[in-house]
Design a protein around this ligand. Structure first.
Ligand code: ZN
Length: 324
């Protein structure tokens, strides 16, 4: 008899509707051989807790059957229930090591991160609007202290994945990972690819306080997916992705289109980050400042990496110009 090569994986999606563009917050119970793992842990709040308990009950599990939590990345809509779970059932929490200072809300790291944004907005000529954002980050540092994950954090390499692979998908977050089940072609992709919205590449510093080329990283992560024989992607939000390769292509094409538009704005005379952001986004620049600047900065870095635009620095401010 030929032994099956298939990883004995069963999984139980938990999907909680949410207001706004995300539609749902999804997390997953994974039964791999004899290990029951929770991949992501929802947002904070009773509806998430009830949804977890209900899915456990429907499938004849108890909370105590979960042997570990694996986090796809540090964003609060993916680790909301961690503290609540481990208060009742103390289990290890596995994540990419870049998630640790972020999940633990390490004071030094977060203060340096705020300084990074202060300097960043100066370089991109948006210090005025950036000041409000920096004040917001400072207030959040105090206000969100209680959200620090109090779990015993372990590196993802130590997670008992029993044949699943943890793949690094930086871009949306520097610590983002997905879980890949090769024999069935199933990817638990978190926010690397979402069916109904494009996942933002959020500007972030690395551990040394240097700006990460987040859009470039997103493109590379999407290309990683394109290289896999992936059939289905179970995302962190929205519905299951049934034609991943077509969606990857759509997202990559859109990134290139936006890049082309930015090049044309630079050719027409927009030079600094602020000028480019305002001519691209109009009043949305003010209304959604941090998201708009993430998008523009990610694009400018990516266009520069590709050699499609030039950059010079005058009085500490970046000026972009067409490649001659
Ligand atoms: Zn998310």
């Amino acid at each position: 008899m030929i032994e099956s090569q298939t990883t004995p994986l069963k999984f139980y999606p938990i999907s909680v509707p949410t207001q706004g563009s995300l539609k749902t917050v999804n997390f997953y119970l994974l039964l791999i051989k004899d290990q029951l793992l929770l991949f992501d842990a929802g947002w904070t709040g009773d509806s998430y807790w009830q949804a977890l308990k209900q899915t456990l009950k429907e499938n004849q599990f108890e909370l105590e059957d979960i042997s570990g939590i694996v986090l796809s990345h540090h964003h609060i809509d993916h680790c909301g229930l961690v503290n609540h779970i481990i208060e009742q059932h103390d289990i290890p929490v596995y994540a990419h090591k870049k998630a640790f200072p972020r999940l633990q809300r390490e004071e030094t790291f977060l203060r340096e991160r705020i300084q990074f944004f202060e300097a960043l907005y100066g370089k991109f000529d948006c210090r005025d609007r950036g000041e409000d954002q920096v004040e917001y980050l400072k207030r959040s540092l105090e206000k969100n202290r209680h959200l620090a994950v109090k779990a015993n954090l372990l590196p993802i390499e130590e997670a008992p994945l029993n044949g699943l692979d943890a793949l690094h998908f930086p871009g949306h977050a520097p610590d983002q990972i997905g879980l890949w089940e090769q024999t069935k072609g199933i990817l638990f992709g978190a926010d690397v690819l979402i069916q109904h919205i494009s996942s933002n590449a959020l500007v972030e510093p690395n551990e040394s306080g240097e700006r990460l080329p987040t859009l470039h990283q997103s493109v590379e992560s999407l290309k990683t997916i394109a290289s896999l024989p992936v059939q289905l992607i179970y995302s962190g939000h929205g519905s299951v992705i049934r034609d991943p390769q077509a969606l990857v292509k759509k997202r990559l094409d859109r990134i290139d289109q936006k890049g082309d538009k930015i090049i044309s704005l630079i050719e027409k005379g927009a030079s600094t980050g602020k000028e480019i952001a305002q001519s691209y986004y109009g009043s949305t620049y003010d209304q959604q400042f941090s998201l708009v600047m993430s998008e523009i900065i990610g694009q400018l870095d990516y266009l520069e990496i590709q050699g499609k635009i030039d950059k010079s620095i005058k009085d500490g401010i970046y000026h972009y110009s067409p490649v001659i």
